[in-house]
Unconditional design. Structure first.
Length: 121
């Protein structure tokens, strides 16, 4: 079914009806595009705010009343995170190792169950 069949017939001439059909189809595309842009803004706003918050100085992050945008961009928080206790690389290595072992364990369990189910007659 095309858009021409879905429009009510109000006695329009052929050319006016075609123009109305084109307008209706393009309006739907623009409306869908506007909805997608709105959803992107809603989904990306928290990410942008988090990144901006992470670039504040310690004093600015603890200021009362709080500021929404950093006045001075600072990577000091990332430097302190990198050197915190044993250091971020050690924690990342441990987390990566634990994740890989979990994946390997789950894959081997799945493989063994699959082999067992295939051999059962």
């Amino acid at each position: 079914m095309t858009a021409v069949n879905t429009l009510p017939d109000h006695g329009y001439a052929g050319g006016a009806r075609e123009a109305l059909t084109r307008l209706w189809e393009s309006r739907t595309k623009y409306l869908l595009g506007a909805i997608c842009v709105g959803l992107c803004i809603v989904m990306l706003t928290p990410l942008v705010i988090s990144i901006l918050e992470s670039l504040k100085t310690t004093e600015e992050a603890a200021a009362l009343p709080p500021t929404y945008y950093p006045h001075i961009l600072s990577l000091d928080g990332y430097r302190r995170l990198w050197n915190f206790q044993a250091g971020l690389p050690v924690y990342l290595f441990n987390s990566t190792g634990a994740a890989l072992l979990t994946i390997a364990s789950g894959a081997s369990d799945t493989w063994m169950i699959g082999v067992k189910l295939c051999t059962v007659s």
